[in-house]
Design a protein around this ligand. Structure first.
Ligand SMILES: [Mn+2]
Length: 354
């Protein structure tokens, strides 16, 4: 039995066409990989009642393959209740959990899925795990829940102890947009899949879903990337650079183009010019779909100060200064060697290496 765990799709938000594309891509992946159970751990929609067009699009896509069982544990953005996204006739293969922790059995796939929905934009911790009597024996227990592992959270705080009490084999969590590794509490594995498609600079890296497969050997889990664009964090050390243009050339040599993605570039080191982050992001604007530059550079150290250091670097600077003094016409080359050497010290040699 194959299942896919996703969460926090936030469909129906302004500028969310890319999110809808990622969602449709996820359903295409389910079809291609013959996924049987899709667990959506909340915040499928951005709001309790998304616009008509988005809702129709989403539910008709979810209902397209009747062999795919879709189980939704609604979140704080899209709680269940009168007048909400889920208060209407849904496709027959789509099930939305009530507010209380309960289960849906799918004997055809040998699985039983436990879950609970948000009934409002906040939820207290869920109280009890119901006893399992009168349940069909031999089914594999999964869980799906929108919850927060922070103890004082208003969004259904959850502890590892409570997770263990659910006694499910895998608990699919939603709410936190950065995915977690798979962790264990008692006999239960659990993870946040993270959101499916990042939109801003604060949602960094690959986004996707957890793919699970249950065989006679047990459960295997792997993360699959399903997002379109990503925010990619890169660092550029500008020590030795004398101008913005030189910094842009260094970027092209060390990092290169990132078409379609968002570039979050942190500048470090001690450049020999006044860094203007906004001007550099304009200069690099065609290297990525969006560029943001964070300036963490520090003023260039004065060579005469460095020369007084009782370190390997100090010795290097003293020797290079002597060379510059003797250069006789080719001073520029010797100065460049000094700058590159200092950059190398920052990258590979500790200041206290002596
Ligand atoms: Mn949420």
């Amino acid at each position: 039995m194959k299942f896919l765990h996703c969460a926090d799709l936030h469909l129906g938000c302004p500028g969310g066409a890319e999110r809808l594309r990622a969602f449709l891509g996820l359903l295409a992946f389910c079809k291609q990989e013959k996924v049987e159970v899709l667990l959506i751990a909340g915040d499928l929609f951005e709001s309790p009642r998304a616009d008509e067009r988005t809702r129709q699009r989403v539910f008709s896509a979810l209902g397209e393959d009747p062999a795919l069982c879709v189980l939704i544990a609604a979140g704080n953005h899209d709680p269940i209740g009168p007048g909400t996204n889920y208060d209407e006739a849904l496709p027959g293969n789509v099930y939305v959990f009530p507010r209380a922790w309960s289960c849906a059995e799918i004997p055809a796939y040998g699985v039983r899925v436990w879950g609970a929905s948000f009934g409002a934009d906040k939820e207290p911790p869920f109280a009890v795990v119901p006893a399992r009597r009168r349940l069909t024996p031999g089914l594999y227990d999964l869980g799906v829940l929108h919850a927060d592992l922070a103890a004082d959270s208003p969004y259904r705080p959850l502890t590892p102890e409570r997770i263990a009490e659910t006694q499910v084999k895998y608990l699919a969590l939603g709410h936190i947009h950065a995915r977690s590794e798979v962790r264990r509490a008692g006999g239960t594995l659990y993870a946040y899949s993270g959101c499916l498609q990042g939109l801003g600079f604060d949602e960094v890296g690959e986004k996707g879903a957890y793919l699970g497969e249950v065989t006679e050997n047990g459960l295997s889990l792997s993360f699959v990337k399903l997002c379109g664009s990503m925010t990619l964090e890169k660092t550029l050390n500008l020590t030795g650079c004398r101008s913005l243009e030189e910094a842009a050339r260094l970027y092209d040599r060390q990092i290169g183009p990132l078409p379609g993605h968002r570039l979050l570039l942190t500048l470090t080191g001690a450049p020999g010019f006044a860094v203007d982050g906004a001007a550099l992001s304009r200069l690099l604007s065609d290297r990525a779909a969006k560029v943001r530059v964070e300036d963490e550079t520090r003023p260039e150290a004065d060579a005469s100060t460095l020369a007084r250091e009782d370190t390997l670097r100090g010795a290097f600077v003293r020797r290079m200064q002597a060379r510059i003094a003797q250069a006789d016409g080719d001073e520029e080359t010797a100065r460049l060697a000094l700058r590159l050497g200092l950059a190398a010290f920052e990258g590979e040699v500790r200041d206290d290496a002596d």
